[in-house]
Design a protein around this ligand. Structure first.
Ligand SMILES: *Cc1c(COP(=O)(O)O)cnc(C)c1O
Length: 369
């Protein structure tokens, strides 16, 4: 595919296998799929249609606009907007059959007055903050709901929801505290199904599962339990093309700032991927690409559209030819995971996936026809 930065292969079969593994771990709890930020950068519509065919019937997005864009792809599934019900969005939420998340008493009141106006009950998720301090009802608001259940008249509570802050950190104290606070809040509130676990939360065991689990990252192959081997399959393969090879003499420098200096006569390959494609500039001097499983260091500064690789020690490729313009190198895949690239770039695999740029040619394996 000429004119593209590289090839991004998204393995929907692997996403489906990951969803089945998570659903099995969640036992009797329903297993949803979080597909916000365009399915963690991999394509919310493609991912959701495939998972719908696997039996997944709940999809979580962040913004109402994301939910509205997704709904026609999975018309018979529940599509949630997590970020809350903003004033003025009530009619669009109803018209597109999106399930809103109510994050404070004001949003509950908005939804209630809409229900009164339409003279019908309206469904919602209510988010209880148990320690993240980001979204959801704080403890004073939970107290009010417990004492004045009339505040919920006209609203069908589909789920009481909360969200872990630290479930990906082994045995973090806040995780246990959040579980206790959620259980205590549920005891005081009207009975309805509940949901607490994200990807990592699923691995805390049955007491964190409640009625529905909400994995995102793990579907896309990110390790939800970084202290043990990743139980999920890798999903993304990203390759870039070498567009030129340079011979650099000892003491010659490469790239902006002339920060990399050859210690020996070197061969430097230039690959047509840069920070504009989400190959983060902060990864300078710490990352690798792979050629048939051999790692080659990315050297010098990362440019907008290009990176440079030291191929002095590169073996010939699997056809016995020396590395040359046109050779493909792996940026993400079986040799380099998104988690690893994230760590090298001083971030997390989530950011690597969601920053994958628009210039890659995308290919989906296992797409629903
Ligand atoms: C993003 C998000 C999730 C998914 O989290 P992962 O760590 O990607 O599994 C679940 N619930 C809420 C409320 C979220 O915002």
């Amino acid at each position: 595919m000429p004119g593209t930065a590289g090839l991004l292969i998204v393995d929907l079969d692997a996403i489906a296998a990951n969803w089945r593994l998570l659903a099995q771990r969640a036992a009797s709890a329903r297993c949803a799929a979080v597909v916000k930020a365009d399915g963690y950068g991999l394509g919310a519509i493609e991912v959701s249609r495939r998972l719908r065919a696997e039996g997944c019937d709940w999809f979580f997005t962040a913004h109402l606009e994301e939910a509205i864009a997704l709904k026609p792809a999975v018309p018979d599934a529940t599509v949630v907007a997590l970020n809350g019900l903003l004033a003025g969005n009530e009619s669009a939420t109803i018209e597109h059959e999106i399930l809103p998340t109510l994050n404070d008493l004001g949003q509950i009141a908005l939804w209630q007055s809409k229900a009164r106006q339409l003279n019908r009950r309206l469904p919602a998720i209510i988010h209880i903050d148990t320690g993240m301090n980001r979204l959801g009802l704080q403890s004073d608001a939970v107290d009010r709901l417990a004492n004045e259940p009339g505040l919920l008249d006209g609203i069908d509570i589909v789920l009481w929801m909360s969200h872990f802050a630290c479930a990906d950190l082994k045995d973090h104290k806040l995780t246990a505290e959040q579980q206790t606070r959620f259980a205590q809040a549920l005891k005081r509130l009207p009975k309805a199904p509940a949901s607490l676990a994200n990807s990592s939360g699923i691995f805390l065991g049955p007491q964190a599962h409640y009625d529905l689990v909400r994995p995102g990252a793990a579907l896309y192959g990110i390790n939800p339990t970084p202290w043990v081997e990743n139980p999920l399959q890798p999903v993304v393969t990203l390759t870039g093309k070498i567009v030129q090879i340079h011979k650099v003499d000892t003491n010659g420098t490469v790239g902006y700032g002339a920060e990399w200096r050859a210690q020996r006569p070197s061969r430097i390959a230039t690959v047509a991927v840069g920070y504009a494609d989400g190959y983060l500039r902060s990864a300078q001097n710490r990352t690798f690409v792979a050629l048939d499983g051999t790692r080659l260091p990315v050297i010098g500064r990362i440019s907008m559209d290009l990176i440079t690789i030291d191929v002095t020690d590169a073996p010939s490729d699997r056809n016995g030819s020396a590395i040359a313009p046109g050779s493909e190198v792996e940026l993400l895949g079986s040799s380099i995971s998104a988690d690893e690239l994230g760590e090298q770039a001083g971030t997390i695999g989530y950011e690597i996936l969601t920053q994958l740029g628009k210039r890659y040619h995308r290919r989906y394996q296992g797409a629903v026809a």
